[in-house]
Ligand binder design. Structure first.
Ligand SMILES: [Zn+2]
Length: 323
């Protein structure tokens, strides 16, 4: 087969019609197409798509949502009537898997009109500029998230090196955008970082709509003063928002282990519908776990610095509230 391909490229069309049967020709075309598409991914510096690299085969979650992330970080492709919206872009260079994943899902003929980034850590923003250059997409994130992305980009090196995306308009708290038939609502919910962007939109399953929520950042953070308090305030706010009718019933976490994405998929957990990703409990449990973990982390931290005032210091105050 390899020799035939070389001949194919070197020979004239006339020589082909004499020396190759139609079946062989079809095989060669398939091989060449595969070769070119694999080569284009390889040329772009994408890591090998294997389990050892934490690669995950992309899959469909809802009529309009696909998982295109890896084993550590989530990335979702949302299909709208005006193209795709990608939520989070993985670390560099793993974000380079996303175009190949879209191709595997048969979505490569759709334009990627927007890229939404939940926060400025490299594992969420690292692939944004690459995808933006490839597709000419608009990137939306908070202003604080871009500041952090620039810091992270400066520190990035070797194969993980990346540059921040170009952001023309920042996401504001309580704002929204409409892409085709889909509206995305944004909330700035700081605490993991200062610029966490939570995203609220509807997914479709068997033509029914269900409210989904992407929490902008989980895991509290003591690197900057006030973040831990902001985290608790943000979680309380998200809980309130989530309970507004129609209540959030789909937890699209930005890390798959946080919403048991893979285990739910494998087990096919019994839920209110046949879709294992639809579960009101999953979201509320997730938020409560975030609050418990944050309190625990604060207690450990304050114990280590000799304070017993951890719980009080975590309680949201009016000035720390993200409302
Ligand atoms: Zn993070």
């Amino acid at each position: 087969m390899g020799v035939r391909v070389i001949r194919c490229c070197a020979a004239s069309a006339g020589e082909w019609s004499v020396s190759t049967s139609e079946i062989d020709m079809n095989k060669i075309i398939v091989f060449v197409v595969l070769f070119i598409s694999i080569k284009s991914v390889a040329d772009a510096g994408a890591p090998e798509m294997k389990v050892d690299n934490w690669y995950v085969e992309p899959f469909k979650m809802f009529d309009n949502v696909y998982y295109v992330g890896d084993k550590w970080v989530s990335s979702y492709a949302v299909e709208t009537s005006s193209g795709l919206v990608i939520i989070d872009t993985l670390d560099s260079p793993y974000g380079k898997w996303i175009p190949a994943n879209l191709e595997k899902l048969g979505l490569n003929d759709k334009k990627v009109s927007h890229i939404l980034v939940t926060h400025g850590h490299s594992d969420h923003v690292g692939g944004a500029e690459y995808l933006q250059s490839l597709y000419g997409s608009k990137v939306i994130m908070s202003e604080k998230a871009l500041e952090l992305a620039k810091e992270q980009a400066q520190k990035s090196k070797g194969k993980n090196r990346f540059v921040p995306p170009v952001v023309e308009s920042f996401a504001e708290d309580d704002s929204s955008i409409v892409v085709g038939d889909t509206k995305f609502k944004f909330y700035i919910t700081p605490g993991h970082t200062e610029g966490d962007l939570s995203i609220d939109f509807f997914v479709k399953d068997n033509d029914k709509l269900y409210r989904a929520f992407v929490v902008g950042g989980h895991g509290t953070n003591f690197q900057k003063p006030g973040l831990a308090k902001q985290f608790m305030a943000s979680m309380a706010r998200i809980k309130r928002l989530a309970m507004e009718s129609p209540a959030v019933i789909v937890n699209l976490s930005n890390h798959p282990h946080k919403n048991n994405l893979f285990s739910n998929r494998e087990v096919g957990v019994k839920s209110e519908t046949d879709n294992p990703f639809i579960s009101r409990e999953n979201f509320l449990r997730f938020i409560e776990q975030q609050e418990e973990l944050a309190t625990q982390k604060a207690q450990e931290r304050f114990k280590s610095i000799g304070s017993n005032n951890a719980t009080k210091s975590m309680q949201p105050t009016a000035d720390a509230s993200a409302d």
